[in-house]
Design a protein around this ligand. Structure first.
Ligand code: P1T
Length: 393
């Protein structure tokens, strides 16, 4: 359980990692990597300092859970081997066969795959709605609905939904509101403060921040739900390893610095693309042209480092452009210090059938950019030369 007395940057550095001055301890300023899978005890019934077996509880993992809970203004945190492991554990804690989810129609492709191809086989139904209009969420609720699931901004169309308005609906109907906060990170948005019940992160992204460690996190303040999640996490074994917990803790120390630079670069690139003749549309919640720009300002402290845009022409021009870049890595994922770029229709969201993709706006010319922390002029120079080449192949 956490109480928040310091600011975000201070907590990013210190929370969960206070030096241990107890008898025999060494006062490390960085939490050690506790690799031991098991913990010896002196008396049969008394685990030493509460630790028994690393799947159940591990000191390095615990430090990360404490830090993340503090950063999301949550009482409790759990960290998992991936974002999808976190999602799976939340779903098995909240749902049983016959239950129904109302979900935002724009979600990470892997989350839709989990809902449609895995949980569907266990009798879970999902209705996808355009949650930018909270009324549509309420209209889709059935007697067997248990969960409303949103990403905001969503992946890859950066649609923004009104967390406060949707939370009022889920409270009224006694449902659980799950908000995937991966795109903005706790630095820019805290969904629990806006009324969400559970926050999920793929910590593979901004939390880890360096594209070198996979992970997931669940943050919440309800004690009974936390216990249920912890029980299931241990039962299925979906835990983050001690070494990966350490890497994630290390990444978090520079959270504020990274996020500020991601956002600064994203604004500059969004403006550059907006004025480029080969670009038909730029989607970034920080731009006044974004349909939910005002809403985004009202529920966040910033707009993040991911943007999407439509290149003029066909899918071939989009591919030519992507394959002409030198500095941007043509790769899935986001949130690392290096700039990444991808074609959702062929990469992260290729599992969604084409007609469904097109219905929600994931066209073959939609490009998603995760803006890194490099010198922005170098990034703009790279985009500029590749846009020139896109029609010259
Ligand atoms: O990859 P993993 O750590 O399991 O997290 C899954 C996940 C969950 N939620 C959101 C919003 C995500 O974007 C992701 C993973 N996304 C990508 C790999 C991607 O390129 O979009």
């Amino acid at each position: 359980m956490s109480t928040n007395k310091y600011g975000f940057s201070t907590n990013s550095v210190h929370a969960g990692e206070e030096p241990d001055f107890r008898e025999g301890a060494t006062g490390d300023v960085v939490v050690p990597i506790h690799l031991s899978t098991t913990f010896a005890r002196k008396q049969v019934e008394i685990p030493t300092a509460g630790y028994e077996y690393t799947r159940s509880l591990n000191p390095t993992r615990k430090a990360l859970e404490t830090k993340l809970a503090m950063l999301e203004n949550a009482r409790y945190g759990l960290v998992f081997s991936s974002g999808l492991a976190a999602e799976t554990t939340v779903l098995i804690a909240l749902l049983k066969s016959g239950d129904h989810i109302v979900a935002f129609d724009d979600l990470y492709g892997g989350t839709k795959r989990l809902f449609n191809n895995v949980f569907n086989e266990y009798g879970i139904q999902v209705s996808y709605v355009d949650a930018t209009d909270a009324a549509r969420v309420e209209e889709a609720i059935r007697p067997e609905t248990r969960v409303v699931w949103v990403e905001t901004p969503s992946n890859p169309l950066l649609k923004v939904c009104d967390i406060r308005a949707i939370a009022a609906i889920t409270r009224k109907h006694e449902l659980t509101l799950v908000a995937d906060n991966t795109f903005l990170s706790p630095y820019f948005q805290n969904p629990l403060d806006l009324g969400a019940d559970i926050v999920i992160h793929s910590s593979t992204k901004y939390i880890g921040g360096h594209s070198d460690v996979l992970g997931g996190a669940v943050l919440l303040s309800d004690a009974a739900l936390y216990e249920s999640l912890q029980y299931r996490q241990n039962a299925v074994g979906a835990v983050l390893s001690p070494f990966d917990s350490y890497l994630t803790l290390r990444g978090i120390k520079t959270f504020s610095l990274r996020m500020e630079q991601h956002q600064k670069n994203a604004f500059a690139i969004a403006h550059f693309l907006e004025s480029h003749p080969k670009v038909s549309r730029v989607i970034y919640p920080g731009l006044e042209s974004h349909p939910q720009h005002e809403l985004s300002k009202s529920q966040t402290q910033g707009h993040g480092g991911v943007l999407s845009f439509e290149i003029k022409g066909t899918g071939t021009e989009a591919k030519n452009f992507l394959e002409s870049l030198h500095l941007f890595a043509l790769a899935e994922s986001l949130g690392g210090v290096e700039s990444l770029i991808e074609l959702p229709s062929a990469m992260t969201h290729s599992g969604i059938p084409k007609e469904l993709r097109e219905q929600i706006g994931i066209t073959d010319t939609l490009i998603r950019v995760s803006v890194g922390i490099e010198d922005v002029n170098d990034l703009i120079g790279d985009l500029s030369q590749a846009l020139e080449l896109s029609t010259k192949h």
